[in-house]
Design a protein around this ligand. Sequence first.
Ligand code: SF4
Length: 181
Amino acid sequence: MVTRVHTAKATICVTCAQNGPTCCQFVQGQASYSFPLSGVEMEIISACDRWQGKCFTIRVPNSTQFISRLKNHFPDDLDRIQVLYPEHGHHEHLSTDERGYCIFLGPKGCLLPGKFRPLYCRLFPFWVIGDQVAFFPFALCLAQKSTRSIRKVMKRLKMNNSQILSLYHELRAAWEIDELS
Ligand code: SF4
């Protein structure tokens, strides 16, 4: 699920949002194991005038699927994931409506200005494996249409290697995957 950072990148994402379905629509029943929202990200969203004082998250149990998905995302940080997301714990994630659409999804895409969006949203479909930028194959993503070339996907989404690496490390810090020294 997701729409992105930057206004330039938004063009293809707006087209996607207008035609649907988009990565900001959860498949029914799967929202509870989508990405978590950290305290830092919640504070940033709350600082957005339009959403001040509004509730936009839901607290859900750390399901087996959720934990296993996180472990797949962070294969070198399994112990840390276990500490942050224990089996009987809970986490916050974005609220959705009855159709499974993210609470921030409007007819032209995300209603949040780019810098207020959750970090996972700003990064998706990109990820970092080791120190290499990669992307999640996602059938609905217009930027991936007819290509498996990361360079093409980056070009279509107007992102570059250093932006992706920087967002990824920002996410790791916000989600406390990297322990504070
Ligand atoms: S916050 Fe915005 S970008 Fe992220 S899932 Fe919701 S609508 Fe999509």
